[in-house]
Design a protein around this ligand. Structure first.
Ligand SMILES: Cc1cc2nc3c(=O)[nH]c(=O)nc-3n(C[C@H](O)[C@H](O)[C@H](O)COP(=O)(O)O)c2cc1C
Length: 414
């Protein structure tokens, strides 16, 4: 019986344990978690979501406070076009987060950054270019393009001296999305080094509509694998979403995958950025406590625990401090929903907004408990403490369980 350790992921000259810990936005996949994956010979991701606030927490910088001070005059204004990111400061924060992480790297693995196109930041092209360039300048091993089609993203960095040697990958949820990306990027004369195929059981935003349950990861992987073969394209494929055990992973490797990307199991690791009381909520969840909803202002469905404080929260939009989801016209679907409820309830001290959420604020405060479909199985991966709480696991334990387990077993901690 095979185990994940019988396989290796080949990326250029590098041979890696074929386990990728996926990016989990706003510092759920911390540098510590990514560094552990790299130390153990796999790939870890940090995220480029809201890096200035991550830097404030990590390095005691004051990016958020200063931005809020600069735009305080606009807080009560429904128009947010004036709230712009200072690209120099954005580069500085990214350089700190990425640079310090890369300095701390040990072992043979790699550290990538998950870069989300949907973080439009009131100036989509300029802010994306600044984030990508800063990550490259700061020595990141690879960039995974996420949350969007990224049709112009290769072109944004094609002049960078590291464009041809850094590892670049894209996350897709369909063959069509991959075909579009390859077509639009062809002009840069560069193929992605890997393709993450994310199915409908993943955490975070989904690349599917609310009919996500009609799709299944294995079928999409087979469709993409067969098309690539017919096109004589040899790009490592990395399935993601609902791969819960080492045996699940082996099944995909035997199907021709080069590695797997996993995340949910690491949400209950010591190294994960979620506060421990939130991690206990993940452990406690049963299948019916998890839903896919449309409260994200990005327009993508998102999976989360139904008791997430973000659901129904009617806080004032916080774009002066954050503003990561403002589009190029300075709009965000949450601002519209909030303004509508305010107009419907004149004089109300507190309002509820059910259809959208202020995702920046709630992700920043770990109040949007996004999770994978199999979160309800996390309780079976550990032991309970005397007080009834669940014991957190080390990232090393989880990584090794994926790497060495067989027969769909999950090793409990000692
Ligand atoms: C808590 C959480 C946050 C996530 N955030 C992001 C994100 O910011 N960007 C992204 O591309 N994927 C995100 N994902 C998706 C993961 O990177 C990964 O592809 C997927 O969840 C793997 O499936 P699994 O969780 O069933 O193992 C997130 C997943 C989880 C569980």
């Amino acid at each position: 019986m095979k185990r994940v350790d019988d396989f290796r992921l080949r990326l250029g000259k590098q041979e890696l344990v074929p386990i990728v810990v996926g990016g989990m936005g706003v510092d759920i996949s911390t540098a510590e978690l990514a560094l552990e994956a790299a130390r153990l010979g796999g790939i870890g991701h940090i995220s480029d979501a809201m890096v200035p606030t991550v830097s404030d927490r990590r390095f005691n910088t004051k990016y958020v406070k200063n931005k809020l001070r600069q735009y305080k005059f606009n807080v009560a204004n429904t128009e947010k076009a004036v709230v712009q990111f200072d690209l120099g400061l954005l580069v500085e924060a990214t350089a700190l987060h990425v640079g310090r992480t890369m300095e701390a790297k040990r072992g043979d693995g790699l550290i990538f950054i998950n870069c989300m196109e949907k973080l439009t930041m009131n100036a989509p092209r300029e802010t994306l270019r600044a984030r990508l360039k800063a990550a490259l300048d700061s020595g990141i091993d690879g960039i995974t393009l996420a949350a969007g089609l990224h049709l112009g993203s290769f072109a944004l960095i094609e002049d960078h001296p590291r464009f041809r040697d850094v590892k670049l990958g894209i996350i897709v949820s369909s063959l069509r999305a991959l075909q579009l990306f390859l077509k639009k990027s062809a002009r840069t004369g560069r193929l992605p080094d890997y393709v993450v195929i994310e199915g409908p059981l993943a955490g975070g935003h989904l690349g599917f509509g609310m009919d996500w349950a009609k799709y299944d990861l294995a079928s999409i992987v087979i469709e993409i694998r067969d098309w690539m073969k017919a096109e004589h394209l040899d790009i490592p494929l990395i399935p993601a979403g609902g791969i819960f055990t080492g045996s699940d992973a082996v099944a995909f490797m035997e199907m021709g995958a080069a590695a797997v990307q996993v995340a949910t199991r690491f949400t209950v690791s010591n190294e994960c950025g979620l506060p421990e009381d939130v991690q206990q909520e993940y452990f406690k969840a049963s299948e019916t406590d998890i839903e896919v909803n449309t409260i994200s202002p990005t327009g993508y469905p998102m999976r989360m625990l139904k008791n997430s404080p973000a659901i129904g929260s009617g806080i004032r939009p916080n774009c002066e401090a954050f503003g990561y989801l403002l589009d190029s016209a300075g709009s965000c679907q949450y601002i519209e929903a909030y303004n509508r409820e305010v107009a419907l309830h004149p004089g109300a001290k507190k309002i509820k907004v059910m259809d959208k959420t202020c995702l920046c604020t709630h992700m920043r405060n770990f109040e949007c408990w996004t999770c994978g479909h199999y979160t309800y199985r996390l309780k079976d991966t550990t032991r309970r403490n005397e007080d009834g709480s669940y014991r957190l696991l080390s990232a090393e334990h989880i990584f090794h369980d994926y790497q060495f387990s067989t027969e769909n077993k999950v090793a409990l901690p000692d």
